[in-house]
Design a protein around this ligand. Structure first.
Ligand code: HEM
Ligand code: HEM
Length: 175
């Protein structure tokens, strides 16, 4: 069945490319780093809009759960006892928010540093740098959690994020 619509998939892999490029040229003195950073911000804003008006599984309201439900899911996932979700599972939903919030803060501090008012402030450059490292750590967790879920449910989630297709729900799966 179709789960991830085309904008979700394009925005995801576009974001991966933009962040990788911004990271790769982070020491670039030319405009390349700022431009790729702005592309990342544009993709983030588009994802926020799509989270409100996109198709069913793209919507924040579909996959953002309460802290209590997220914790309960995390406990079940750690012991390999979590149900399969057709959309993002509660922990994945929390990770989506963390990744997007971090990207927003990263883009904002990067832009702020280029303004006349804040140019040259060492603490702001450091903050921007720490946020970039934090994003890297979150991405590592994101990929690790995703691989763990793949293993638990014998399902290729990366392929699903490329084709948009997943096996329909069965048994105790959460649709
Ligand atoms: C800069 C790096 C990355 C960022 C910022 C990022 C961000 C995100 C976000 C925001 C989502 C939610 C998708 C949505 O609803 O729009 C997501 C999901 C996903 N990402 Fe990433 N991601 C990154 C890297 C990766 C990499 C390297 C892989 C694979 C090797 C990956 C695989 C996936 C998969 C499979 C999902 C769907 C998870 C699920 O089935 O619930 N991501 N990612
Ligand atoms: C995904 C987005 C971004 C990532 C991953 C990222 C990452 C980084 C990192 C790691 C550095 C530190 C470079 C070093 O000294 O080793 C850096 C520096 C910098 N970034 Fe970004 N950045 C992003 C977005 C942006 C944006 C949107 C802007 C501005 C429009 C920006 C402007 C700058 C500037 C001006 C510096 C140099 C600060 C200094 O002099 O130390 N960045 N960025």
């Amino acid at each position: 069945m179709r789960v991830w619509d085309a904008p979700v998939r394009l925005l995801h892999w576009g974001q991966v490319a933009a962040v990788a490029l911004a990271w790769w040229c982070r020491n670039d003195t030319g405009p390349l780093h700022e431009r790729t950073g702005y592309v990342a911000i544009a993709l983030l804003l588009a994802r926020l809009l799509w989270g409100r008006w996109g198709s069913r599984y793209a919507r924040f309201a579909q996959f953002v759960r309460s802290p209590r439900a997220t914790l309960a899911y995390a406990q079940a996932a750690l012991v390999g006892n979590a149900p399969r979700y057709i959309g993002h599972n509660p922990l994945g939903g929390a990770m989506v928010l963390a990744l997007l919030a971090n990207l927003g803060a990263l883009g904002f501090t990067g832009w702020l540093y280029t303004t006349d008012l804040f140019w040259g402030y060492g603490w702001l450059a450091s903050l921007h740098q720490y946020l970039a490292w934090l994003l890297l750590a979150l991405v590592a967790l994101h990929v690790a959690g995703m691989l763990w879920t793949c293993w638990q449910h014998r399902e290729n989630l990366v392929r699903a994020m490329i084709t948009g297709e997943k096996m329909p729900p069965s048994g105790d799966d959460v649709a």
